[in-house]
Design a protein around this ligand. Structure first.
Ligand SMILES: Cc1cc2nc3c(=O)[nH]c(=O)nc-3n(C[C@H](O)[C@H](O)[C@H](O)COP(=O)(O)OP(=O)(O)OC[C@H]3O[C@@H](n4cnc5c(N)ncnc54)[C@H](O)[C@@H]3O)c2cc1C
Length: 416
C-alpha cells in the first residue's frame, strides 16, 4: 500500500520523496518526462548552484504578505550541506554561492537518484498527472496513461512555467486551482530584459561593468551592480537577471519601466565632468570619440555620444562647450533603456507568482484547502534571486513536506 504519492520529479519532488521515504513511508514519484531531475542538469550552467550560504527570506519575492521563512529554519543551508555531504557531494563555495565540488550538476542528480533507489522509492517516468480527487480518505491521482494511483497523502511539486523543455506546463496550477487554491498572477523572472532602445543592437555582444537600476513609472525599484551584456534585443547578464522580475511585472501590469545604467558608478556626476575636462586639457586635438579611448569600452563610446546628442563624432574635444560635456557626463551616469518585458518563460530560470501562500501551512507545507495534500517548490508564489536561492527553496519545502506527509500518515496509521 502506498503512503505518499509525489507529483513531479524535479528538485523539490525528489527531495520530498526522499524525506518521506526516510520517515518510513512507501513512496511513489510520478514524473511526466522520461527521466527525473532533468532541470537540475542545466542549473548553474551545468554546475548547479545548489544553495547559498546566506539563505534569508530577504532574497525571495512573493505577492503575499505571509511569513514563509519556516522552511528555511527547518532546512537551512547547513542542513542542506550536511544532506548532500552524507550522499557524497562535497560543497564548493564561490563568494556566497554553493556548488558541488565536482562542478557537475549531474553529480547532484546522481546522488539523489542513488538515494531514491536505496530507499526503494517507486519512480514512474513518462507519467503525466492529469487530475487528483479525494474519495474515502484517499487521494486518487489520475494519469494521462489511464492509470490511477491511490494514497492517503499527496505532494504536488510540479514546478513553475519556466523553460518548458524541462517538463513544466500549467497542469500543476490547473489541478490545484480545481481543488480551491488561489493563483497569484505569474510572470517569468531571472531572464533577459527586452528593450526598445536602438543602442542595444549597436552594442550587441559587448559586456560592461555597471550599476543597473530598474525604474517603474519613474520610481527606483531595485539596483544591482555587475557585468551587463548588450544583446540584439535588450540587456542580459547577472545584474539584469536580478532586475528582470521588475521589468516582467511592470509589463504584466502595463506600467512604463526602464533600466538606467551607470557606467562609472564609483564616480559622481561632478567627478565625471571634471575627468572629461581634464582629458580635453591633456588631449586637446582628440575628437570626442577619441577622448574616451582607454577610459570607456570602445563599442559603448559611439552610442553614448549619439545618446548625448553630440552633433559630430569628429568634433574636437577642445571645441566642446559646457552643455554637451554635461550631457555626456549625464549619459555616462544614466544611460536609459526603456524595457518591453522579458524574453519570456522559454528563456527564464524561474516563475514569479503561483499558488497563493495564504493557502499553505508553512509549518508542514500542507494545503489549507485540501486535506492530506502538500505543495512545494516553484509552483508556489515564491521566487528567489539568482544565486542558489531557488534550489534551496525547492529542497527546503520538499524536505519539510515529505517528512510531514509521512509522519502524519504513519502516526494516524499506528493509532488506528
Ligand atoms: C536554465 C536554468 C538554470 C537554473 N539555475 C539555477 C541555479 O543554478 N540555482 C538555483 O537555485 N536555481 C536555478 N534554477 C531554478 C531552479 O532550477 C528551479 O527553481 C527548481 O528546479 C524548481 O524546482 P521544482 O521541483 O519546484 O520544479 P521543477 O524543477 O520544474 O520540477 C517540476 C517537475 O514536475 C514535472 N511535472 C510537471 N507537471 C507534471 C505533471 N502534470 N505530472 C507529472 N510530472 C509533472 C516536471 O516535468 C518537472 O520534472 C534554474 C532554472 C533554469 C531553467
Amino acid at each position: 500500500m502506498t503512503d505518499v504519492i509525489v507529483i513531479g520529479g524535479g528538485a523539490s519532488g525528489i527531495m520530498a520523496s526522499i524525506a518521506a521515504a526516510r520517515a518510513g513511508a512507501k513512496v511513489i514519484l510520478l514524473e511526466r518526462l522520461s527521466r527525473i531531475g532533468k532541470k537540475i542538469l542545466v542549473t548553474g550552467n551545468g554546475r548547479c548552484n545548489l544553495s547559498n550560504i546566506h539563505i534569508d527570506s530577504l532574497y525571495y519575492h512573493t505577492s503575499s504578505g505571509c511569513d514563509f521563512s519556516y522552511p528555511f529554519k527547518y532546512m537551512d543551508y547547513k542542513r542542506t550541506e550536511k544532506f548532500f555531504e552524507e550522499l557524497g557531494v562535497l560543497p564548493l563555495i564561490e563568494g556566497d554561492k554553493v556548488y558541488p565540488f565536482s562542478e557537475q550538476a549531474s553529480s547532484v542528480l546522481e546522488v539523489l537518484r542513488m538515494e531514491s533507489e536505496r530507499l526503494k522509492i517507486e519512480v514512474h517516468t513518462d507519467t503525466k498527472v492529469m487530475g487528483v480527487f479525494r474519495k474515502r480518505h484517499k487521494w486518487h491521482v489520475v494519469c494521462e496513461n489511464q492509470i490511477t494511483y491511490e494514497a492517503p497523502k499527496v505532494i504536488v511539486a510540479t514546478g513553475g512555467m519556466a523553460n518548458a523543455s524541462f517538463g513544466c506546463d500549467q497542469t500543476g496550477y490547473t489541478i490545484l486551482k480545481g481543488l480551491g487554491h488561489t493563483i497569484s498572477p505569474t510572470f517569468p523572472t531571472l531572464v533577459h530584459i527586452l528593450s526598445t532602445s536602438p543602442y542595444c543592437k549597436m552594442m550587441k555582444g559587448t559586456k560592461v561593468k555597471a550599476a543597473a537600476s530598474a525604474f517603474v513609472e519613474g520610481h527606483l525599484v531595485r539596483k544591482e551592480y555587475g557585468e551587463v551584456l548588450f544583446t540584439e534585443d535588450g540587456l542580459s547578464g547577472p545584474p539584469i537577471f536580478q532586475l528582470s522580475r521588475v521589468a516582467s511585472k511592470a509589463k504584466y501590469e502595463n506600467k512604463k519601466a526602464y533600466v538606467a545604467l551607470d557606467l562609472l558608478p564609483h564616480m559622481s556626476y561632478d567627478e565625471v565632468v571634471s575627468m572629461i575636462y581634464s582629458r580635453i586639457a591633456s588631449f586637446p586635438m582628440r575628437t570626442v570619440e577619441e577622448l574616451f579611448t582607454g577610459w570607456l569600452h570602445k563599442r559603448v563610446t559611439m552610442p553614448l555620444i549619439k545618446y548625448a546628442r553630440i552633433q559630430s563624432m569628429h568634433l574636437k574635444g577642445e571645441d566642446l562647450e559646457y552643455e554637451p560635456i554635461a550631457r555626456l557626463a549625464s549619459s555616462i551616469k544614466e544611460f536609459i533603456f526603456e524595457t518591453e518585458g522579458t524574453r519570456g518563460y522559454k528563456y527564464a530560470q524561474a516563475t514569479a507568482g503561483g499558488i497563493s501562500l495564504e493557502d499553505i501551512d508553512f509549518k508542514t507545507m500542507a494545503s489549507k484547502k485540501a486535506e492530506g495534500l502538500y505543495i512545494t517548490g516553484e509552483v508556489l508564489d515564491v521566487d528567489g534571486d539568482c544565486g542558489g536561492y531557488n534550489l534551496q527553496w525547492a529542497w527546503s519545502t520538499g524536505y519539510l513536506a515529505g517528512t510531514h506527509a509521512a509522519e502524519m500518515h504513519l502516526s494516524n496509521r499506528n493509532e488506528e
